[in-house]
Structures are given as C-alpha cells and as structure tokens.
Design a protein around this ligand. Structure first.
Ligand code: SF4
Length: 455
C-alpha cells in the first residue's frame, strides 16, 4: 500500500487529470458520423481526445466490417492499439464479430456493435471514469466534427430495408430507421450556424428516407415537414449552403429532386451506387430499383438539369457475370457518361448470400475486367473534364498552402471525387466559394484560375 500522505485534490490538479481517449475511426462516412457522435458525447463528459495511443488512458477503435479487407484493416488497427497502449475498446460494424476479435486479441477490454453509443460510452466509463468538471465539460452545441470545419456529413437514417446479396450491412445495422425531418433540419441548421458551408447527406439508402415512419411530419420552424426525400431536400436547400446527396437509388420519385438542382437549391450531383448494368447481374445482386430503365431515367434528368453530375460505383466479377454481361456494362457506361466512377472487384464477404451463388468468377478474369472497366471510364472521364476547359465554375476551397489552393466544384464530393487546382492562388481560405475559369484538365482533376469580380 502506498503510505505517502494524501494531498487534497485541488481543482487545478483535478483539471490536469482529464482522462484521455485515443480514437481511431475506420470505414465509410456513416462510421465517421458515428465517431463524431461518440466523441461529442465523450468530450461533453470531460474526456480529452488524443490521436496518440501511447499517452492515452484508453483507446477506442471504431471498426468497419463491410468487406474482408476492411475486417483485416480493423484487426490490424486493434493490434496496433494493443501494442502501443493495451487498454482497448472496439466498436462499430466489425463489433458484431466479437468472438473473432476476442480470439485474436483476448486482452481487448470490451467489444460493442454499430450504433451502441450508450454501451460504448459505458465501457469507456468502466475503463477510465469521467471527471465531472463544468469547465472541461463544455462542448460546442454542434458537437465535434471530424471533417474540416467547412463541410459536414448529415446522417438522415440508419440501416437498410434492401437485401442486396453481396451486402451484410442490414445484418450489421438492421432495417431502415429514419430520423424525424425536424431533428435532421435542427442538426443541419446548427452545423450551418457553426460555419459549415456544405452538407453531405448520407444514409444507406437516401431515396428510401421516411418509408419506415410513413413519411411522418414533424415540426420545423413552426411548420410541419414530411420525412420525405424531396421535402427534406427542399428544406435543406433553403439553408443557403451546398447540399450534396449521397446513396440515392434511381426510383421514379427521385425525378422530383432534379428541378431543385436545376434551380440551384441543391447541388446538381447524385451519388448512385449502380453496381452493375446488366439486368441479369442486377437481379442476382438483388439491387433496389433493378427493374428501372436507368439509362432512360438519366437522360430524362439531364433534359431538366443538363449539368447534373452522377457519381457511382460498380462491381466486376460478381458470381455469374459473363463476358456478355460485362460488355453490356461497358456499353452502358459509354452511353451513360457518368462523371465519377469507382470500381471494385467482387469480394466473397463472409455471411453474404452471394457466396452461395453459382458461377464464381476466377480472380484473373476479375482483374482483367477491372482493368478494362477502368480504361473505359478513364477515357470517358478525361473527355468530360476536357469539355470543361474554358468554362467558368464555382469552387469550394478545401486547402491552401504557399503555392496553391485546392478546391472542388459541384461535381466533386470530398475524399472520393476529383479536385480543382488553383496554382499560385494563396489569397483564399478553406470554405471560401470562388469563381474560376477552367484552364486545363487531367483524367480526374481540373486546373483553373480565379476570375476576379469586375471593379
Ligand atoms: S442498399 Fe444494398 S448495398 Fe446498400 S446497404 Fe442496403 S443492402 Fe447493402
């Protein structure tokens, strides 16, 4: 027993001892939003957040369990935290496989699953109790954001009612659970008041928003607002900031949001994860809206809003995909001329129904198709970007150093799309929206010069 006489704990001494949590956030923007919520809660309770495992009292690893490669990355991050600190709590999507985690790292203190914020915070309390000090407990009303100050993700629902055969998200995150429209708007307004200039609307299926709560109305600014994709988009468009819609499926009711884009209320940008174009593969994938005539729909949207930028992701080598299916997808791409496209090689995720499908595609065929896909899309992307040379566009600045500024146009979401590079431009700040003229283009990025207002 320590026989040293105890000194009274002064306020200053107590303040110094604020418990430190080192936080690792892996995975998609939805997981990032979960991390922001957890961190906001911990900060509100007086915890300090540090990025340094060694000096922290406990480490929280928010994991991703979507693909086997993501699970491996999560296990590596847990291993690193165990080696550098030893007091580790795991949460997030991969948390549903707690046995696997505990087998790999028996010393892990606790494992919680996705959206178990309260349990996670409870585990942090057990590992290192909070200090209650009103001077430490202050937290900005908009919460803590992990994205730069000028843009923020706005999560409008959790879970998903679809059952795509390659996806285990519904088993990890459950069925669709939409937030009331009034609560989403209140969060959006808080973010805008805190300086956010761009809201990135996310969920697993944004176009299905409100279906589970029968599009219930809730109060916003004294008026009823329906929990409906189009109504919410319109209300967000009134906040005077960029609004970008992610994870939308090509359902007929999405047509109603295109006029808002043409009017400049919402960015003319849609992130639609098509995943394939061949009807046979889409059916085997059990994709939402797989019977819709998507090419016709896209052409119809472009008639209303010619500038519409569409970003998407595709999977090559899905079980049963034939050379004919693959070529169908390449032809479709040539016609659809999507602005931004990502492509994944099919991964046989544990627990996914697609594992049991016949006709698994050999790895070398997947690889070959992936390269052919990328070459096709690179040519499309390069010609679309080249056509922008000479045009004047607005750009949101993301970063500035002493040589140049880097920003994005309406067609570029942060992290996943291209950029607009302004060489020799240093007189701007992150979050500024400036008018530029496009001077050059590569396969993915644009170069531009600022157009100064006439005096
Ligand atoms: S829409 Fe399909 S891929 Fe997306 S989360 Fe739902 S089940 Fe998964």
């Amino acid at each position: 027993m320590n026989k040293t006489a105890r000194k009274p704990v002064t306020r200053a001494a107590k303040s110094k001892a604020a418990p430190k949590v080192s936080f690792v956030s892996l995975g998609c923007p939805k997981a990032l939003v979960d991390s922001e919520r957890i961190i906001s809660k911990l900060r509100a309770e007086g915890y300090e957040i540090s990025g340094d495992h060694a000096g922290a009292d406990v480490v929280v690893v928010n994991t991703c369990g979507f693909l086997d490669s993501a699970k491996k990355e999560s296990l590596d991050a847990i291993g690193e935290a165990m080696a550098e600190n030893g007091k580790v709590i795991v949460t997030g999507c991969f948390g549903v496989e707690s046995d696997r985690i505990m087998q790999a790292y028996p010393g892990v203190l606790a494992v919680t699953g996705p959206h178990q914020y309260e349990q996670l915070v409870g585990e942090v309390h057990k590992a290192v109790p909070p200090l209650h000090d009103p001077h430490l407990d202050l937290v900005p009303p908009q919460g803590i954001k992990l994205t730069p100050r000028h843009y923020a993700y706005l999560k409008i629902s959790e879970g998903c009612n679809n059952r795509c055969s390659f996806c285990i998200i519904p088993s990890l995150r459950g069925d669709l659970a939409s937030r009331p429209a009034g609560s989403v708007m209140a969060e959006a307004e808080r973010l805008v008041k805190a300086g956010v200039k761009e809201l990135l609307v996310i969920s697993q299926d944004t176009s299905a928003y409100g279906l589970d709560i029968k599009y219930a109305e809730s109060a916003w600014k004294g008026q009823p607002l329906k929990a409906k994709f189009v109504d919410l988009s319109r209300a967000l468009g009134e906040l005077g900031v960029w609004v970008r819609l992610h994870y939308v499926y090509p359902y007929p009711h999405v047509d109603d949001v295109i006029p808002l884009m043409a009017e400049g209320k919402v960015l003319p940008y849609l992130d639609i994860p098509f995943q394939h174009a061949s009807p046979t593969v889409l059916k085997a994938m059990r994709r939402p809206a797989h019977q819709e005539k998507t090419l016709e729909r896209i052409l119809g949207w472009r008639k209303v809003c010619p500038d519409l930028a569409i970003r998407s992701t595709f999977i090559v080598g899905f079980p049963g995909e034939t050379e004919t299916d693959f070529k169908f997808m390449l032809d479709w791409l040539q016609e659809a001329k999507l602005t931004r496209v990502g492509c994944f090689r099919y991964e046989n995720v544990e627990g996914a129904k697609s594992r049991d499908l016949p006709g698994h595609v050999p790895d070398e065929v997947k690889e070959d198709r992936w390269h052919r896909f990328m070459q096709t899309q690179q040519k499309i992307s390069a010609s679309l970007l080249e056509a922008k040379i000479g045009r004047e566009i607005e750009v949101m600045i993301d970063s500035v150093d002493d040589e140049r500024a880097i920003g994005r146009s309406f067609a570029d979401a942060p992290e996943i799309d291209g950029t607009v590079i302004l060489d020799d431009e240093t007189e701007v700040s992150p979050g500024d929206i400036v008018r530029v003229q496009v001077t050059d283009a590569t396969e993915y990025d644009l170069y531009a010069e600022r157009v100064l207002p006439q005096t």
